[in-house]
Design a protein around this ligand. Structure first.
Ligand code: AP5
Ligand code: MG
Length: 273
């Protein structure tokens, strides 16, 4: 990330041009620290490694968590934030956020924007400040969340997973989790070694409350109403790539090839051309 410190004396135009250049090159622009002397002193290659903010969009049960795990294994510079996993952790710990969120989650509704924005934005900005790239699974889920994210971070990569509803319904009913760790199993795709038991602890697996049929259908409806418009929102910004299919193992190599391509300039030293 490039840090720039603000100076009213510098030209806004120069800053705007730099912002555009950085944005095109996929780097994160820190709005809180705008350094004008850096604007004047290109090249920028000696600066800190540039970071990316990558989103995974897709229906509930569409493989966001599965694909995120594969991305992390291949692209270790990314740090994962999964809002669903974080919320479930809050629920397990009975925090104030957890108590508030649980009623929405269990019935398959979205947790209110103000709660989610508070939960995510500061941590996301902190993660970016450490020089790591960010992989967001489950945020944003509404236009309101997307706009606040845009005010704080430069979203430069969006993977949209497009999976048919029939596939989703089958998967959700097949998914079992280990509540203490959040480990996810599927009897058809990734079965536990012993039926009904977690591989590492031997403890009982359970079904997520929101994977039960009524909640699962509601989540699909919420996705159509609130989250699907984000695909268009990011397509218009030119940062979104859609991947279609029914099998994460088949879709993932395409995601990896696209990310390799998008991140290629990082490997050759980025800004010094
Ligand atoms: P969240 O946990 O994000 O739920 P979700 O979007 O409904 O997505 P899932 O985690 O259910 O599925 P996934 O896409 O990660 O798929 P997975 O890889 O597991 O959010 C839960 C709730 O929190 C929301 O409903 C909401 O209430 C709240 N919330 C979270 N973020 C919010 C926000 N920003 N705003 C408001 N509220 C928010 O795959 C699914 C299954 O398929 C797994 O069992 C997997 O093993 C299996 N599978 C994967 N690939 C294959 C394959 N090739 N073949 C067969 N099975 C496969
Ligand atoms: Mg998930």
């Amino acid at each position: 990330m490039i840090h720039l410190i603000s100076s009213p004396a510098r030209s806004c135009l120069g800053t705007a041009i730099l912002r555009k250049q950085l944005s095109r090159r996929g780097s994160t622009f820190s709005r809180t620290s705008l350094r004008s002397d850096a604007v004047a002193s290109m090249p920028l290659a000696e600066d800190k490694p540039h970071t990316h903010t990558l989103l995974i969009l897709g229906k509930p049960g569409g493989g966001k968590g599965t694909i995120s795990g594969k991305i992390l294994a291949d692209f270790p510079s990314f740090q994962l934030m999964s809002t669903g996993d974080e919320l479930r952790q809050h629920v397990r710990n009975q925090t104030a956020i957890g108590v508030e969120a649980m009623k929405y989650m269990d019935e398959g509704s979205l947790v209110p924007d103000n709660v989610m924005i508070k939960l995510v934005i500061n941590d996301a900005m902190e993660a970016i400040k450490t020089g790591r790239s960010l992989l967001l699974d489950g945020f944003p889920r509404t236009l309101e969340q997307a706009k606040v994210l845009d005010q704080n971070l430069n979203v430069d990569l969006v993977v949209n997973l497009s999976i048919p509803n029939e596939t989703i319904v089958g998967r959700i009913s097949d998914r079992w989790i280990h509540p203490a760790s959040g480990r996810v199993y599927s009897y058809s795709y990734k079965p536990p070694k012993v039926k009904g038991l977690d591989d590492e602890t031997g403890e009982l697996l359970v079904q997520r409350e929101d994977d039960k049929p009524e909640s699962a259908l509601r989540r699909l409806q919420m996705y159509e109403d609130a989250t699907a418009p984000l695909v268009n929102y990011y397509e218009e910004k030119g940062v979104c790539q859609t991947f279609r299919g029914t099998m994460s193992d088949v879709i993932y190599p395409e995601v990896k090839a696209w990310l390799d391509d998008q991140l290629a300039e990082d490997k050759v030293g980025a800004y010094a051309s």
